[in-house]
Design a protein around this ligand. Structure first.
Ligand code: GCV
Length: 688
């Protein structure tokens, strides 16, 4: 049973099998944990939580090295403990990152021990969670020798939570977990959330939505404003945040805020927010000083500027460098960082080319503590997009990759869509840009760089609105700790910790998750690179769920002659923003991969693909196959009845029915829409 009214996710700590229990007991029933830091107190709490569940008995936590017991677990830095200093070779810890750690089974003065060590307390938290993951999965620990460091220095979650209203933009799991109005009062849920994140190695959380202001369509009236995250920079709100920061601090997680570029005017008493105005710059400096007095380990600011109604430097004819650097100079004395988003619109008819056009010329001009945060694709988290052309194009700038954990366009937490295969595809993509490796995953490894994920967390008892979608949060954290982990390994880890070790459950859930993304691509887009065919409803927070290709003719380009968007040199030129050989591969219709074909090319409906099938027939086929695949995944889930608890079984089963229903709807609406243009019947009865 979960210890709270909400789910434990992968930190279930269920009783291990009897044979494992004996070997675990020998080294873990007693634990000796360094005393000093907040992180070490979190480690102790986690052991108190985990070990009784796993072993069925309490752990004995020692303040001093236990001499009278047979074996024990020691967690600390070499400086903390003699046992570690003596059992880990000199220097083994010194060359680790602060977040890195070692886990070793050692013999110490005739005792069977287990050591978790690091050069810094932060690494001890990660090392402990790693060990607990092994126990949760029933892995052997008698001959264990682990050395780990994260691939990226910054591993950050972005919340799109709207303070004081408790809504979450593109969140599908109920209200925001953050009750900003009641801070400094804390909720149990904050700590459990921090535990979940730390167990994955996440080290930063942006607490609020990048949209810090929002007016309903057609209105600019202050009183009608619906989002007011900008208020978090008010002095009394900052004071409230100190308690939340202290919860995350214990787990080595820094907090950040999304800030409104117009804050000097909105919150301060200035009549301008021009980034080159000295009073404005001073205002930001004083604000930063105030924040760091309260929260010394504050991470920094995230900014969405000059995009979708947010204020920015363009208000004063300044550019993004001038805007970002004004905030950066204020944070710099405190070690803080500005994460400046590259998600911008502009005058171009093709939105895809905008970010590159805007940001690439600015390479080298951003301050050292600015990171340009770039979505994985040039449009907006569509089920599949080619990667952003900015990756590899700004060698003199710190870059951050923004991924979406929540599923704005992949079923909105109702459909079981694993994003992990998509992320692997993105990470592995070879840009042929000149750096120490040219895959997308190679561009974020500097100290001021990293990967961020827009989260799906909410008040729902599942945290993510769907039990299976917890896997996306898990996968995000594990992948950005180690991008070389394969999708099967990560998925298996999640399933085993979440549902137990039953082989049938493991095989079935793995198949569902790993096949789910391609299914979603097929039934929502037809699998040839089309995007953006969803309904843009009036309810801002709830739209983008249903199909409505008629609302976006400019994105899919359907006409009586053909379909697709010409992004080659004769069209918008997006293909040309890549380097060769990538540019020429996308440019040429013969070499462009089928999965991106209609993203880059506008083709006649009867254009023949390599196997002789026409474009329209392939679209029909893929939409129909997508629905059949959704049905197959549902049927697979149904085989688990009785093999997992009823609560989770029923919850997912109900959502699968809705998923199949929606998949049919997407198929019928979009194939019907295409048929009206093409007037070509589909083969095999695959016609609307
Ligand atoms: C936070 C898309 C989404 C918006 C989101 C925006 C962004 O437009 O639909 O909800 O706003 O991207 O990433 O800033």
């Amino acid at each position: 049973m979960p210890r709270n009214q909400y789910d434990d996710c992968w930190l279930r700590y269920d009783r291990v099998s009897d044979d494992r229990r004996e070997s675990y007991r020998r080294r873990i029933k007693h634990a000796y944990v360094a005393e000093e830091s907040p992180e070490c107190s979190a480690v102790r709490d986690e052991l108190r939580e985990a070990i009784p569940g796993l072993l069925g008995e309490d752990v004995h936590l020692w303040q001093h090295r236990p001499e009278t017991v047979d074996g024990f677990l020691a967690i600390g830095t070499p400086g903390d403990m003699e046992v570690i200093k003596e059992s880990i070779p000199d220097g083994a810890v010194d060359d680790l990152d602060d977040d890195g750690y070692l886990i070793r089974s050692v013999e110490y003065e005739g005792q069977d021990c287990l050591v978790v060590t690091s050069g810094a307390d932060q690494g001890l938290v990660y090392g402990t969670f790693h060990l607990l993951r092994l126990l949760n999965m029933g892995e052997p620990i008698d001959e264990i020798d682990v050395r780990e460091e994260p691939a990226y220095a910054n591993r950050v979650i972005n919340h799109w939570d709207n303070p004081f209203r408790r809504t979450v933009e593109r969140g599908y799991a109920g209200e925001s977990i953050f009750d900003f109005d009641r801070l400094p009062d804390l909720r149990d849920r904050y700590e459990d959330y921090a535990r979940l994140l730390a167990s994955l190695g996440i080290n930063g959380v942006v607490l609020n939505n990048v949209n810090t202001e929002y007016y309903p369509r057609g209105s600019t009236n202050e009183a009608s404003q619906q989002f007011d995250g900008w208020r978090l920079l008010e002095s009394r709100r900052l004071e409230d945040l100190t308690s939340l920061a202290s919860v995350f601090r214990r787990y080595g997680i820094q907090i950040y805020l999304s800030v409104n570029f117009g804050a000097p005017k909105r919150i301060g008493d200035l009549d301008t927010f021009d980034p080159l105005d000295e009073d404005v710059r001073q205002w930001w400096r004083e604000k930063a000083d105030e924040i760091y007095d309260l929260i010394p380990d504050f991470g920094g600011f995230l900014v969405k500027a000059d995009s979708e109604g947010q204020d920015g430097p363009y208000n004063y004819d300044r550019d993004h460098v001038e805007g970002a650097n004004a905030l950066a100079q204020a944070l710099e004395p405190h070690g803080g960082r500005v994460w400046w988003r590259a998600f911008v619109y502009g005058s171009h008819e093709d939105r895809a080319i905008q970010a590159y056009d805007t940001f690439e010329p600015l390479d080298g001009d951003f301050a050292e503590n600015v990171t340009v945060q770039i979505k994985n694709g040039p449009i907006d988290f569509q089920p599949r997009e080619p990667v952003s052309t900015l990756f590899g194009a700004m060698p003199e700038t710190d870059l951050g990759l923004e991924l979406q954990i929540t599923g704005e366009y992949t079923g909105q937490g109702v459909h079981a869509t694993s994003h992990l295969p998509m992320w692997k595809e993105i990470f592995e993509f070879d840009t042929h840009a000149d750096r120490d490796g040219s895959r997308v995953q190679d561009f974020f490894r500097g100290d001021g760089e990293g990967v961020v994920g827009v989260t799906s967390i909410g008040e729902d008892h599942t945290w993510t609105g769907h039990y299976l979608m917890q896997s996306n949060l898990y996968a995000f954290g594990r992948l950005i700790w180690d991008p070389d982990l394969d999708a099967e390994t990560i998925t298996d880890e999640w399933i085993t910790q979440t549902f137990g070790a039953d082989e049938a459950v493991l095989d079935t859930v793995r198949e569902i998750l790993l096949d789910s993304w391609e299914a979603c691509i097929d039934y929502e887009t037809g699998g040839l690179g089309l995007i953006h065919m969803m309904h843009n409803g009036q309810e801002y927070l709830e739209n983008h769920y249903y199909p409505a290709p008629e609302e976006w003719p400019g994105y899919h380009g359907a006409t009586e002659e053909g379909i697709g968007y010409d992004r080659t040199a004769t069209g918008s030129g997006y293909a040309q923003q890549f380097r060769d050989p990538v540019a020429s591969r996308f440019e040429d219709v013969e070499t462009c991969p089928e999965k991106h074909l209609l993203f880059f090319h506008h083709l006649p409906w009867d254009h023949e693909l390599e196997d002789g099938t026409t474009v329209i027939q392939r679209l029909y086929d893929n939409f129909y196959d997508g629905v059949e695949e959704a049905e197959r995944l549902r049927d697979l889930w149904m085989t688990l009845e009785g093999k997992i608890d009823d609560r989770r079984f029923e919850h997912v089963a109900t959502r699968f029915d809705e998923q199949v229903h929606q998949a049919e709807k997407w198929r019928d609406v979009i194939t019907g829409y295409f048929y009206d243009f093409a007037e070509i019947e589909g083969e095999k009865g695959r016609v609307p």
